[in-house]
Design a protein around this ligand. Structure first.
Ligand code: FAS
Ligand code: PHB
Length: 392
């Protein structure tokens, strides 16, 4: 097989890229290791920035998002001193976020890609890539029991943190920045009336988050050990911890219900630079991971692809590599601001067993400061809704 852009991975990054390129008449093929059912049922992120919603609309894939997604004008931060309201219409006029599950985004993008005759090969696992330092890289992959190759002009590595593209870059050429937090998130999807507001909570027993997926589906998280064995968490224990950590003393706010899905996610910040090697360009989790506290993972993947697609379209239309040569630096500016915000929110809201009494008091003082400062609440608001894109 041959194409102009070989895209490895059908997560948000790969799918957004395929639709933008297809609209611009650039040929591309998406290779996805897992089945369509699998990628469409993976419960992950839930908060879409304004820019990500706009991209869905631009690609004509936003109809269900506007019908089923939940515009969210506020986020609350609970702590022993009370509740901090981050009111977006007041703090970031005209900008809000939309709550809409990542698996729904992936479903809409796959449907749009296939409806327009685009190619996505499912259960097609890329094994290795060669020729990256030339002009005709080749992706070697397995599909339907056969060894296949995809010759292309450009490889887009959108294969997530555990993919193969990043490791195709010689180690000595990559600079890695990494912070592994000493805890994880135990997340559940429950058939229960959700909390009215997106609510993050700092509690002495640990962090908790109350989000949602629909008026009848709750998405809830509690901080747990980084290597937590989920088998040690009965439904009762999960709900009890959520009630306590969300300061739901009389149990009147948090509704319980059947738990449909549960899992433990590590909390980590990871950035590899540069996001390019020869004819291969990395985007999304393939090259950066942000702690989920900032709800930035999916949105940064979309932002990378926004930059990469413009550069690729210019390359194929006029042969210029000027934008491609700037791709990594352009994206890393936004990535590091997303990491900064996610790191700040993670440090503000979680219980660190390694904290000294001094550090614990500073964390409490930070929460009290935010509670009393319009400027601090505005800073959180403007990062939460998504920083403006730096048009270049
Ligand atoms: P993805 O990982 O989504 O997609 C990569 C795709 O490449 C996958 O479909 C994979 O199957 C495929 N692939 C891998 N290797 C391949 C190969 N060799 N050949 C072909 N295909 C291959 N972000 C938030 O903002 N909020 C959250 O609450 C949140 N929760 C998360 C929970 C979990 C368990 C995980 C892992 C991540 C979570 N994230 C969250 C981050 C997440 O949403 C990512 O930021 C988002 O999926 C990034 O999208 P992609 O870069 O497309 O990577
Ligand atoms: C979610 O709804 O899954 C969600 C919301 C906010 C976050 C992380 C995840 O910071």
């Amino acid at each position: 097989m041959r194409t102009q852009v070989g895209i490895v991975g059908a997560g948000p990054a790969g799918l957004f890229l395929s639709l933008i390129l297809q609209r611009a008449g650039v040929e591309c093929v998406v290779l996805e290791a897992r089945s369509r059912d699998y990628v469409e049922s993976r419960v992950r992120a839930g908060v879409l920035e304004e820019g990500t919603v706009a991209l869905m609309d631009e690609l004509g894939a936003g109809e269900r998002l506007h019908r089923e997604g939940m515009p969210d004008p506020r986020l609350d931060i609970r702590f022993h001193g009370g509740v901090i309201h981050i009111d977006l219409p007041v703090l970031t006029p005209g900008k809000i976020v939309t709550v809409y599950g990542q698996q729904e985004v992936v479903k809409d993008l796959i449907a749009a890609r296939l409806a327009r005759g685009g190619t996505i090969l499912f259960e097609a696992e890329a094994a290795h890539i060669d020729g990256l330092d030339g002009t005709r890289p080749t992706i070697h992959f397995k599909h339907e029991g056969r060894d296949e190759t995809l010759e292309c002009d450009i490889v887009a590595g959108c294969d997530g943190f555990h993919g193969i593209c990043r490791s195709a870059i010689p180690e000595h050429l990559l600079t890695v920045y990494d912070r592994i937090f000493p805890f994880g998130w135990l997340g559940i999807l429950a058939e229960a009336r959700p909390f009215p507001e997106m609510s993050y909570s700092n509690h002495e027993r640990g962090f908790a988050l109350a989000s949602r997926r629909s008026p009848k589906l709750s998405r809830l998280y509690v901080q747990c050990a980084a290597d937590e064995d989920i088998a040690g968490w009965s439904d009762r224990r999960i709900w009890d911890e959520l009630h306590m950590r969300l300061y739901d003393k009389d149990g009147g706010e948090l509704f319980e219900g059947p738990i449909l899905q549960r899992g433990v996610t590590p909390v980590r910040a990871y950035i590899a630079a540069p996001m390019r090697h020869g004819r291969m360009f990395l985007a999304g989790d393939a090259v950066h991971i942000v702690p989920p506290t900032g709800a930035k993972g999916l949105n940064l993947a979309a932002a990378d692809v926004r930059v990469l697609s413009r550069a690729l379209i210019e390359f194929f239309r006029v042969g210029s590599t000027e934008r491609l040569d700037r791709y990594s630096d352009t994206c890393l500016k936004r990535v590091w601001k997303g990491v900064r915000y996610s790191n700040y929110m993670t440090s503000l809201l979680h219980r660190f067993d390694t904290h000294t009494p001094f550090e614990r008091r500073v964390q409490q003082a930070e929460l009290e400061y935010v509670a009393g400062s319009l400027a601090a609440r505005t800073t959180i608001g403007e990062n939460y809704v998504g920083l403006p894109f730096e048009e270049d």
